[in-house]
Ligand binder design. Structure first.
Ligand SMILES: [Fe+2]
Length: 227
């Protein structure tokens, strides 16, 4: 475990959880059930929108720096992102094709969508590991933890609250119990009380099961309360 600040760690855990859950659901989908499969496609669109915005955040605040510090790696990350943006276009076309098909053609289209998404998840897993294993050490060698935290804070500060909640609904269940406590404590210490209350009620309480929620509350109770 890295002792240094790592701005990829928690969001990537959340995105991996979201992608993995959807991949399983797409494999299990009964495309003959219109309501259930419409909900699944809506959830997939929502996930892909979050994934797209995540890449845009990285482009704006992280990759722009990487190109000045390690050009080859920066270009490699740009290339990965360009491939992802192209994949998002193909996936949206596959979603539409599934929505518009009926009967056996809908099942075939749904399976093609499943395979396309599996390919995207695989490529995204490799990409995110590259960022954490190769890019993060470059940043850690050149910036102290306060500077790395400032980069992360600029990204978080640019995200509208409803979108932030959607990310935390993935990040919190995707992270370890101690990480959840640290993440919530950080928001409690740094954000307005009403923002903390919304994140707690609409992300933590919704996304964690009862045992995870109680463990989170117990962990937070052991820390100093917000000022
Ligand atoms: Fe990335």
């Amino acid at each position: 475990m890295s002792e240094r600040h790592d701005f990829y760690r928690h969001i990537h855990k959340g995105l991996r959880l979201g992608g993995a859950r959807l991949l399983v659901r797409l494999g299990q989908a009964d495309w003959a059930q219109p309501a259930a499969s419409a909900e699944l496609l809506a959830d997939l669109r929502g996930h892909l929108a979050l994934a797209r915005k995540h890449l845009e955040h990285e482009d704006a605040e992280i990759n722009v720096i990487m190109r000045t510090k390690a050009l080859d790696l920066g270009l490699r990350l740009d290339h990965d992102h360009a491939d992802h943006f192209a994949a998002f276009g193909r996936l949206e076309a596959a979603i539409k094709a599934t929505e518009q098909a009926a009967g056996i053609e809908r099942e075939r289209a749904g399976h093609r969508l499943y395979l396309a998404f599996s390919r995207h998840v695989g490529e995204d897993l490799l990409h995110m590991a590259r960022e954490e294993e190769e890019a993060m050490p470059v940043f850690q060698a050149r910036y102290d933890d306060g500077e790395l935290q400032a980069i992360e804070n600029r990204i978080k500060g640019s995200i509208p609250l409803d979108e932030l909640i959607a990310y935390f609904r993935l990040i919190l269940p995707g992270c370890a119990p101690a990480e959840r406590v640290a993440l919530l404590a950080d928001i409690r210490a740094g954000a307005p009380a009403e923002v903390y209350a919304i994140v707690e009620a609409q992300a933590a309480r919704v996304a964690l099961d009862d045992g995870e929620w109680r463990a989170l509350q117990a962990g937070l109770a052991q820390l100093p309360a917000a000022a």
